[in-house]
Every structure is written in structure tokens, then in C-alpha cells.
Write a protein that binds this ligand. Structure first.
Ligand code: SF4
Ligand code: SF4
Length: 191
């Protein structure tokens, strides 16, 4: 069954088709191999550390008011930077991490013309791509000032380096299990 796993090859004009395809691939991989990964102590430690790091980053951003500012910008002022198409920054690997953490994956675009993962109050996924976590617009930078920005950057560095390690680890293991070179796991934009 796994040898026949359909990886992402179809290019459809529908802008949502790529992320739906990635979700399907991630679900197939998760169903087939979640037991294998859950028994891997090294992986589980990395996963737990990553989860803790995301929670810590979120707490820091909450404390410094960036989430609130993004809520005002995005929901109340109808501006915001989570535009349609950015969902493709979410790779199969990042979807898998969300699944390993038991987080629900949205099945449809809730807000038209916005990223597939935007909900009424902001981003609905727990493990988010590098670009989304690392982006601070002028408005946020002005609000934060140098000192708070330096603290957030430091906290985020831990999260993002764990994300890098985790995605590489998953990729390496799946390549070992499937005997294939899986570039699709890291696919972002439309190829
Ligand atoms: S990062 Fe900046 S542009 Fe994007 S939602 Fe937040 S405040 Fe708005
Ligand atoms: S933060 Fe979430 S909603 Fe915004 S672009 Fe990234 S994945 Fe999409």
C-alpha cells in the first residue's frame, strides 16, 4: 500500500487544490506510520520539546500584545497579511507535526480570500510555517520596540530550530520506510 502512496503530482487551477492534496498525503502517511513514530523515543522527545517551545513563544507574543494587534489589524480592520495562497507555506511535514500532536486540521477555507487556515479570530493551526512565525510587519515592530522584539526573536529561535530538526527527522524516517526521496514533504508554493 505504502509503495503506491500517491504523492503530490497534480496541478489543478483551483487555488485550494494543492493544500487539500497535501492534507490527503499527510493523512495517508499519518494513518500508516503514526504507531512507528509514537514508539520512537527520540522523536517523541523532540515533538514534546517543540510543543513546549510553541507554547512559550505564544505566551511571549500574547504578553507583548502581538496577537491582539494582529486581531485588530486582520479581523476588525479587515487588513492583515494572512492572504489566500499563503496556506501553501504549510508543508506535508508541518501538517504531520500537527497530526502527531493531536491537533485538528481544518478541512475547508473558512474566510474567503484569506489563507485556508484563517478562522474568525486568527490562525487555526498549532504548528505553523517558518515564514508565518518569523514575520513581523512594521506595525508590530513599532509596537514592540527593540527590546521586546529581541526577546521574541530569541524565544522563536528555539521553536524554529526544533521545527527544522523535527521536519528533517520525519523526512529521513519516511525516506527510510518508503525507500524514496520525498521532496514533496517540504513542498511550499505551487511547483
Ligand atoms: S503581522 Fe502585521 S500586517 Fe500581519 S496581521 Fe499582524 S499587524 Fe497585520
Ligand atoms: S499564520 Fe496561519 S493563517 Fe496566517 S498565513 Fe500562516 S498558516 Fe495561514
Amino acid at each position: 500500500m505504502i509503495k503506491n502512496l500517491k504523492l503530490i503530482k497534480v496541478i489543478d487551477p483551483d487555488p485550494t487544490s494543492l493544500i487539500l492534496e497535501k492534507i490527503k498525503v499527510a493523512e495517508e502517511l499519518f494513518d500508516a506510520w503514526n504507531d512507528y513514530f509514537y514508539k520512537d523515543e527520540e522523536f517523541m522527545n523532540m515533538l514534546k520539546n517543540y510543543e513546549k517551545a510553541v507554547i512559550k513563544s505564544n505566551e511571549t507574543m500574547e504578553k507583548f500584545g502581538t496577537f491582539k494587534e494582529c486581531y485588530v489589524c486582520s479581523v476588525l480592520e479587515k487588513k492583515g497579511c494572512c492572504k489566500a495562497g499563503l496556506e501553501n507555506e504549510v508543508t506535508v511535514n508541518i501538517l504531520l507535526i500537527n497530526m502527531f500532536l493531536g491537533k485538528e486540521i481544518p478541512k475547508e477555507r473558512e474566510v474567503p480570500l484569506r489563507c485556508f487556515f484563517v478562522g474568525p479570530t486568527g490562525c487555526k493551526i498549532f504548528a505553523r510555517p517558518f515564514l508565518c512565525r518569523d514575520y513581523f510587519c512594521k506595525r508590530l515592530l513599532n509596537m514592540l520596540g527593540d527590546e521586546k522584539y529581541a526577546i521574541i526573536t530569541q524565544v522563536l529561535q528555539e521553536e524554529l530550530s526544533l521545527l527544522y530538526k523535527l521536519t528533517n527527522y520525519i523526512k529521513k524516517e519516511l525516506e527510510f520506510l518508503l525507500g524514496e526521496f520525498l521532496i514533496e514533504l517540504d513542498l511550499t508554493g505551487v511547483a
